[in-house]
Design a protein around this ligand. Structure first.
Ligand code: ATP
Ligand code: LTN
Length: 334
């Protein structure tokens, strides 16, 4: 790898991605991979914090790998791998657990939200989710972590754990910085614009998935909750229209001013169709490419295998250092 700074990010294969995941995460990954040594992961171990159907999880994992590639992640430049293929992630999480306190984890917004959503299964993994995420990041001496705004709190914990460990054992971990894209870091639900758009929302009309076709996309935008007057402007009093404008601008690379001018005097009906059209123009070719890639499982397996080998080499460098620092006797192969 060239001498560039290291970037790490991951997405959970917990369902078909939404345009929120695309705008908040993958779109930025593609841009950043030229300037950083980039490592992208499928956070499959993280998905187990919520009960998964095994066959569906396997399918979603391949879907996500193919989507990364269809969105322009280039495996000649970047590493793409499944988290569970590199056991160092779980191993470092164990060590970091001994430096993290329950109070830090129980006050995490995502833990509270997910505990409410999954009252019947508030397991230790759900609470420990941010520690595994810290291990993901710290294993690679990562300097930059592109994430959506909802993951800021988790990144803060990764930084705290790195600093806490370094204060005792010397400079073992790089302290990572977050990168939150300027536009569309928080795409909101189409059914309730005060909530973030989420792929696991039970209401299918609340999100646009990267698998939706043009007709479905336009139909969902037509139903999107908007506000009572007819002005198409960005304003805190108009969360529904502001969200649609954010989506429109992110997909067309236009500024809010340009978009507001374009729709000045137009009605919500025309506006919603234009948003749907703009989204479909980007999503349609990505979906087609993803399905093409998905048809070749052997190719996907080879990509993931190569990625795991490269990631493993880097990860074990950090893990061995950590094991040594805390006093574990290294295995002597005889
Ligand atoms: P789930 O619904 O299963 O909890 P999720 O849709 O929140 O998942 P993740 O896999 O947890 O998605 O997140 C992948 C990436 O997408 C993260 O960087 C996250 O910050 C980003 N992201 C998720 N939802 C949004 C959103 N609504 N707007 C912008 N970015 C988002
Ligand atoms: N929790 C993240 C996914 C994730 C991640 C990471 C992101 C797992 N490990 C490491 C950045 C770095 C989410 O987006 N929900």
């Amino acid at each position: 790898m060239e001498d560039k700074k290291i970037l790490f990010s991951a997405i959970q294969p917990s369902g078909i991605l939404t345009i929120g995941n695309y705008l908040g995460a993958i779109k930025n990954f593609k841009k950043l991979q030229d300037d950083y040594n980039s490592i992208f992961s499928l956070a499959d171990l993280h998905t187990l914090t919520v009960r998964q159907d095994p066959a569906v999880l396997r399918k979603n994992t391949y879907e996500l790998a193919a989507l990364y590639l269809a969105c322009g992640i280039d495996v000649e430049k970047s590493i793409l791998f499944a988290q569970s293929h590199v056991s160092a992630h779980a191993e470092l999480a164990w060590i970091l657990n001994t430096f993290c306190y329950p109070g830090e984890l129980s006050r995490m917004t995502q833990f509270k939200d997910k505990s409410r959503k999954h009252e019947d299964n508030i397991n230790m993994g759900l609470m420990d989710y941010p520690v595994l995420m810290a291990a993901d990041i710290l294993l690679y001496q990562t300097e930059l972590v592109p994430i959506g705004a909802d993951q800021k709190q988790h990144l803060e914990l990764a930084r705290d754990l790195a600093i806490r460990f370094n204060n005792i054992y010397g400079d073992v971990f790089k302290v990572p910085e977050g990168y939150i894209g300027k536009s569309a870091a928080r795409v909101m639900s189409l059914a309730d614009p005060t909530k973030k758009m989420s792929k696991s929302d039970a209401n299918l009309n609340a999100f646009i998935s990267m698998d939706d076709d043009k007709d479905t996309i336009i139909r969902k935008f037509k139903r999107a909750v908007t506000d009572s007057d007819n002005k198409i402007i960005v304003s805190p009093e108009k969360p529904g229209i502001s969200n649609l404008l954010t989506i429109y601008c992110a997909f067309t690379e236009k500024s809010f001013e340009q978009a507001e001018q374009e729709f000045d005097g137009k009605g919500y009906g025309d506006f919603k169709i234009a948003v749907g059209q703009a989204v479909a123009d980007v999503v349609d070719p990505i979906r087609e490419e993803k399905n093409k890639i998905l048809a070749d499982k052997a190719y996907l397996d080879s990509v993931l295998n190569m990625g795991a080998e490269m990631a493993e080499r880097l990860a074990y460098r950090t893990l061995s250092k950590v094991y040594k620092k805390v006093g574990l006797v290294p295995r002597k192969r005889v």
